[in-house]
Structures are given as structure tokens and as C-alpha cells.
Design a protein around this ligand. Structure first.
Ligand code: FE2
Length: 377
């Protein structure tokens, strides 16, 4: 069978990988007001106007804005009528992630391979065409009401996809250095983590690359368990959290309460210069979780020598963790909507392939302080 891979090693991987993934294509949010959401993410996070879909492009029941920053594409979709599954989704969950769309070489094969392994179909393969070419799209359901779309766009040259027109605006705030999706975390219900680990193993061919139990991730009150699932090539990583028993309510339970079910907890966005990116984000109004400044007192001892100036990290509240392969820098936003549900992580990896286990205690204590302030601990 002919292979298009450039290196012999990846040829071997492709032959055994029934679901080759080329990365995250886009993340689509169902929201109450897509126009204002797109404005917020342009203004606060530095996304650029990309494409628009709505009544003017022949779509009568919904409006979508696609925005982009480097390899990151977000889509915000809102219903125009109340008798809509999108309106219902927003009513139940608030604003949240609906589609984690993955780029594939063959969307029909992706749906076939996953549904024959037990996935529930969301969308039969459809070919969308316009004057710029065609996109083939299919989809399966994952936890909660969340969906994985498979996007095949090798024969498309337009701004985003058929059904959209290029969106040009006079208001174009500069980018902030956000590059691509590093990972997307799902929160699932009590005792549901292993079910979804098995789903990603069996249905999508992912591997469990890391596990954290409640002895790793437990503070005085709030506890969770987590397993990190990765595609064979590592381009797509989905950690899965479930709540664990603690003295008081788990942060995952608070999410499940307010999202009314399982869903995407956070999307981690990569940068090559976290100090610069976070400085810009803070200046534009993005709010971050704060750890006590004592976190920085023994930072050098814990993580060894790092390139960054510790006083800058301390000023911004950026956390550092080291593993066998290097270190990483990370920081978490506060929830980006009024319900305590979705938030973002900003991450810079300097060799480390892990997820900041050394920061869990400081971080979760910061989350608990906010949970307590909301009366949800
Ligand atoms: Fe994360």
C-alpha cells in the first residue's frame, strides 16, 4: 500500500494506526452569543478574524464565527431560533465546548474504523463543496454531549470550509503568541474515568501515557483522579478526570454540577514564550488563578536551573514543573464564563512531556479558594 510518510519510522506507525490523526483541526463552542464571544477571544486572546457562516451564506438557523491564531482555530456557534439543539445545549450546559474536531487524511475511514470498534455515530460522512474545493466531515460522540468531528481537508483551499465565507474586519487586535492545542481535558462522572480510558483505547487506538490517583491529586478537601490518553503520534492528547472522595466537594464535581454533565474542562494552548504571552493576556483582561507567592520561595530547589527569570514568573503567577525530559511552564485562567466550567491553560514545554504534577497541590488549593468563594466547596 503506498504511503505518503516522509520517514520510514512513521510508515511503520501509519500501517498499524487505524485512526491516523494529524492534530486538532478546530474547537467549536456552542455559546449564547457568538458575535460577542468572537469579539472577546479576539480582544483578550489575540485571535484573528477568519470566516463567517450564517443567513448571508445560506445557513438559516445558526451563526458561526471562525477565528484563528497560528495553528489554533476556534469556532463560536449560536442558535438563531429557540427550537434548536444548539439553543438546548446552551440552556443545559451554558457556553461550552461542543466539537473537538480532529484532522484526518480520510474522514470516511475514520468514522468507519471508530464506529466498528464501538463508537456512537454523530455524523455520517458528508462532502461539503464550494469554489475552493471540498471538505469531508464525519463524527462520533464522546463523553457527555461532546463530539469528535473528523475533518478531511486535503482538497480544500478556502479560508475555513464550505458554508463559510472569509471574515474580514477593521478591528484586528494583535496576536498573543498562542500556537496550537497542547491537550484538551474532559471531566467525567464518578467511576466513569476507566470507561472513557477504554473508549479512547479501543475506539480510537490511544494509549494511556500517564495516570494520577487521589494520592497525587488531593488537597485537604478537593480530589480527583486523572488518566492521560494520547494518540500514537502524540499529536492529540486527552486527559480524563473523574472526581474523588475528599473532605468536601471535588472541583470536578463542581464542574459536573454546573455543566449539568460531563464535558470539556480545559483546553491547553501552547506558546513559545509564556512570559510574553501571559503578560499580553493579563493586559487584555484575561484573569488567571493565583498561587501564593511562597510557591516561588523554593522553586529553584524543586525544579533546578531554568532559563526564565523567577521574579517575572512570580509576578505573573506562572508555575514550573520538571520531569525526566525537561521542564514545563504553565498557568490556568479562571473560568471564562459565569458558570464555573470551562477554563484555559497556557503552557510552554521545554522538553517535558508531562502535565505539571508537581504543581497540583498549589494549583488545587488555589482552585479551592475560588470554589469556597462561590460557596461550592
Ligand atoms: Fe492541562
Amino acid at each position: 500500500m503506498p504511503q505518503t510518510a516522509t520517514a520510514p519510522t512513521s510508515t511503520a506507525i501509519q500501517q498499524t494506526d487505524f485512526l491516523p490523526l494529524e492534530g486538532t483541526d478546530y474547537v467549536e463552542f456552542y455559546v449564547g452569543n457568538a458575535k460577542q464571544a468572537a469579539h472577546f477571544y479576539k480582544t483578550a486572546f489575540g485571535f484573528q478574524s477568519l470566516a463567517y457562516s450564517g443567513p448571508e451564506t445560506g445557513v438559516k438557523d445558526k451563526v458561526s464565527y471562525a477565528i484563528r491564531q497560528n495553528k489554533l482555530t476556534f469556532v463560536f456557534t449560536t442558535a438563531l431560533r429557540n427550537n434548536s439543539t444548539i439553543a438546548q445545549h446552551v440552556h443545559v450546559h451554558g457556553d461550552g465546548v461542543k466539537m473537538l474536531a480532529l484532522r484526518v487524511p480520510d474522514a470516511s475511514s475514520a468514522r468507519h474504523e471508530t464506529t466498528t470498534r464501538g463508537a456512537e455515530s454523530f455524523l455520517e460522512p458528508v462532502t461539503l463543496k464550494d469554489e475552493f474545493g471540498e471538505v469531508v466531515m464525519s463524527g462520533i460522540r464522546t463523553y457527555g454531549e461532546t463530539v469528535h468531528l473528523f475533518i478531511e481537508r486535503k482538497n480544500y483551499k478556502g479560508a475555513f470550509m464550505p458554508g463559510y465565507r472569509e471574515w474580514k474586519t477593521l478591528y484586528n487586535p494583535p496576536q498573543t503568541g498562542l500556537l496550537y492545542v497542547d491537550h484538551c481535558v474532559g471531566n467525567v462522572g464518578w467511576n466513569q474515568m476507566n470507561k472513557w480510558v477504554k473508549f479512547y483505547q479501543d475506539v480510537m487506538g490511544f494509549k494511556n501515557i500517564l495516570s494520577f490517583d487521589d494520592s497525587d491529586i488531593s488537597t485537604e478537601y478537593s480530589a480527583l483522579m486523572s488518566k492521560v490518553m494520547s494518540s500514537g503520534n502524540g499529536y492529540v492528547k486527552f486527559p480524563i478526570n473523574e472526581p474523588a472522595e475528599g473532605k468536601k466537594k471535588s472541583q470536578v464535581e463542581e464542574y459536573l454540577d454546573f455543566y449539568n454533565g460531563e464535558g470539556c474542562q480545559h483546553v491547553a494552548l501552547a506558546t513559545h514564550d509564556i512570559v510574553d504571552t501571559v503578560t499580553q493576556l493579563q493586559n487584555r483582561g484575561v484573569e488567571f488563578l493565583k498561587v501564593p507567592t511562597t510557591y516561588y520561595d523554593d522553586l529553584q530547589q524543586r525544579v533546578g536551573k531554568i532559563d526564565e527569570d523567577i521574579s517575572s514568573l512570580k509576578e505573573l503567577g506562572i508555575l514550573v514543573d520538571r520531569d525526566n525530559e525537561g521542564y514545563l511552564l504553565q498557568i490556568f485562567t479562571r473560568p471564562v464564563e459565569d458558570r464555573p466550567t470551562l477554563f484555559f491553560e497556557i503552557i510552554q514545554r521545554k522538553g517535558a512531556k508531562s502535565f505539571g504534577k508537581g504543581n497540583f497541590k498549589a494549583l488545587f488549593e488555589a482552585i479551592e479558594r475560588e470554589q469556597a468563594a462561590r460557596g461550592n466547596l
